[in-house]
Design a protein around this ligand. Sequence first.
Ligand code: SF4
Length: 325
Amino acid sequence: MPYMACTVDELTPSKPALRVLIAAPRGFCAGVDRAIQIVELALERFGAPVYVRHEIVHNRFVVDRLKQLGAVFVDELDEVPDDRPVVFSAHGVPKSVPAAAQDRALTYVDATCPLVSKVHRQAERLIADGRHILFIGHAGHPEVIGTFGQVPAGAMTLVETVDDVARLEVADPANLAFLTQTTLSVDDTALVVAALQTRFPAIRAPRSEDICYATSNRQAAVKAIAPECDRVLVIGAPNSSNSLRLAEVAERMGAPARLIERAADIDWEWLGTPATVGLTAGASAPELLVREVVDALRRRFAVTEEQADHNPERMVFKLPRELVA
Ligand code: SF4
C-alpha cells in the first residue's frame, strides 16, 4: 500500500531502528468533534460551570481538559443544580432524561451524535410499524442504554453474539426488525446479521448501515496496516467501544495489539524490539496523544515514521442552533 511523507530520526547506534506505521483515518470523528465543541460553546454562552451528564466522549484526556475549562461531569441529572445548564453526551440518552430536564425547567443541550439519533428515529418508526426490534450491541454501553430508552420497555431485545441468536425466543418471527449500535466490529456484526437472517428470513434490515462511517473507516485502516506490523498500539479508553474493536481487528489480522490511554501505558516489555509498530487512535482520542506516543517511541528507538495514505473524511455535523444563533 502507498505511504506518505516519512521522517527519520538521527540514527543513534544505541537505539534500535523502528518503523512506525500510522493508520489513517484515525482519531476524532465528526460526532466527537461536535460534542466537544458543544461543551466549549456552552461554557462560552452560559459561563462556568456547565454540567455534563456522563463522559461527553470516552476519553479521559478530553474530559480532564473540559473540566479545567469549567465543565462538571455527573452521572445523573439530579446532581445538576436547577440554575445551571446541562449537556447530554455524544452516546445519546433515554427519552426519560430530556423529559426530566424539561420537568425541572433545566437548560439542556443534547450532544448526541446525529448518527446515533438516526438509529433512535429508526427504532421509533419500527415500533410505530408494530415490529419487535432485535438490537445488536454491547450490554451496558451508554449508546445501548440510550437507544433502548427510545422505545417502550420490552419492545427491543439485545443480541450480542451469534450464540445469542440461537437462544432467542420471539413471539412473532414474521414481525421482526434489527438495528445495531454504531461502534461495533463490522465483521462480527455481519456474522450476527447473517445468523438473524437465516433464523428469521422475514426480518427487516435497516435501510442503510447503522455502524457509522468513522467506525468502519478506522477498522478498514487498521486492517490495511496490521499485516505489516509486529505490534499495534491503539490509543483509546478501555470503555471506548470503537477503540476496543480496533485492537480486536489488529489481533485478528495477526498483529498482537494493545489498547493504551496514553504513552505512559506502553508496556515496553510486551513491545520488545519490533521492526514495525502500527499506531492508530479510536474516534474519541485526540491527535495530540498520537504525537505523544510517537515521541515516547522516539526516546527508545530510531524511528522512521510513515503515514498511511487515505482519502480524508469530510463529514461535519451542524451544531445545535441554540449555541450558534
Ligand atoms: S463514532 Fe460514529 S456514531 Fe460515535 S460519535 Fe463518532 S461518528 Fe458518531
